[in-house]
Design a binder for this molecule. Sequence first.
Ligand code: ATP
Length: 236
Amino acid sequence: MFFKMEHCDVYYGQIQALYDINVEINPGEIISIIGANGAGKTTLMKSIMGLVPAKNGKIVWQDEEIQAKKTHHIVKRGISYVPEGREIFPGMTVLENMEMGAYTLRMSAKEKADKLNEMYELFPRLYERKKQKAGTLSGGEQQMVAIARGLMLSPKLLMMDEPSLGLAPLVVRDIFSIIQEINKQGVTILLIEQNANMALKIADVGYVLETGRITLTGSGKDLLSNDAVRAAYLGA
Ligand code: ATP
């Protein structure tokens, strides 16, 4: 089993944020989870990362149950998380930010250099700006730094929380084509987005999350033409 979340409930103290979540991911897919503000999208990713524990149910990742595992274990097993709002270190350079991504794996200098070169191939802009303080970059460039930092871990599953947030439409298009390129290189993608249109266009499978529950699932294409999805999320 590549990835499966089964009957998971997630709480913040007494307050339940997610109810009976079931998500399945096959290797090589792009999965998009769409939903309004506060629906529980970020909570879902945090529960996979072990940052907020799933109370019931199980999360299986590459044949191992990870619902009770520590975050660093999950990261080492190949799941990487690019958080909402990017959370890069603004006072550190682009290069230093990317190096921070590799920290958990304690890579050798050679492994780190190879990985950095791979990142610069994917993001030539980051090579040009590697000595610049990350806080001085544009929003799109900062998002690239956050993605590159996540990729430094050579994840098999890359989870991205609202990568398009706050970016201009043209930049959003760039970010989405980078996501597709990363996927073509063999990384499975779990994406959460309020930009439902773009997220479903590139998705093999989509899920709709509403007030903590998955209410609809289908191929990205089917969800794009679904009347309820169009009315609620695509402004149709
Ligand atoms: P957004 O796009 O605004 O991040 P979201 O779909 O990611 O929305 P979550 O951030 O997962 O939604 O929030 C889901 C629910 O859990 C919301 O009702 C929110 O208020 C609540 N919640 C989130 N974080 C906490 C927390 N640390 N403590 C208590 N409740 C929380």
